[in-house]
Design a protein around this ligand. Sequence first.
Ligand SMILES: [Zn+2]
Ligand SMILES: [Zn+2]
Length: 323
Amino acid sequence: MDTATPPDLFYNNFLAAGSFSVTILGSSAALPANNRNPTSQLLKADQSYYLIDCGEGTQSQMRRYHVKMQRIKVVFISHLHGDHYFGLLGLLNSMHLLGRQAPITIVCPKMLKEIIELQTLAGGGKLQFTINYEFTDEVKGGDCPSVFEDSKIQVSAFRLKHRIPCCGFIFKQQEKPLTFDAQAGKEYKVPIRQIPAIKAGADFIDENGNRVKNELLTHPSERPRTYAFCTDTLAREETIEHVRNADCLYHETTFVGSETERAKATYHSTTYEAAEIARKAEVGQLIIGHFSARYPDLEVLRREASELFPNTLLAIEGTEIFI
Ligand SMILES: [Zn+2]
Ligand SMILES: [Zn+2]
């Protein structure tokens, strides 16, 4: 039986806290303008990468901010307006050229599969990795069905109100295992191979047959966090229930507060409307983005949203926000 005291370094690997963050890659509405790019965000759950929307220029942004594109496992596309997916074909092609073999999952409207297949065919080629699709077309009314799940996150989708079908997404971290107490581990001479079982809740039986209770060796796990993504939509009451109590809400704010009529006509939202949703849904933090090209200076948008919801951040490209 291996009862040697494990090296600190190895124990420390078990102690590393799981992180959950979103990096802004694009924050502009419709057009690339004012040095801003169309919508894209990178969600990281520990070492797993997920891309949310992929506007034109996304792969250049990834290079700029040192994002390793091949680590992306899943791409979520909210809707088929070009400013949310025109970067996807280029990204897939670069993944192919750089030798990707690992499959990728795309959660999207069904028509995107046809677009990708036609463009790939027209280029006379075939991607050397598999694309698995999960379609969002069946997401109805007030429903919020699960559209993707792995060991790190569970994702559900809900309808937004836009000129064409558009989905918002709720990204919820999976429950985490207990945290192993390295100091206690050394004290009780816990062999490394038993740590996974202890993190899953087991007691430890030492070499003399004595039982060491699990609570002496672990700390409670961190609360799983939730990130809600709402882009391209009229501000609507239904959204409030879907995003209620999210730790962080991204809500589009294409226009300043006085542009209510323009927002309605184009199926977008204003700063005050987004902040009101954040306030009523009692979320922890609000990120605003999808800024119209008419606002070179974003301070007015931040100020307006903050009047109703103080914990508001601008979606500034290159920033990583820990949730
Ligand atoms: Zn858009
Ligand atoms: Zn749109």
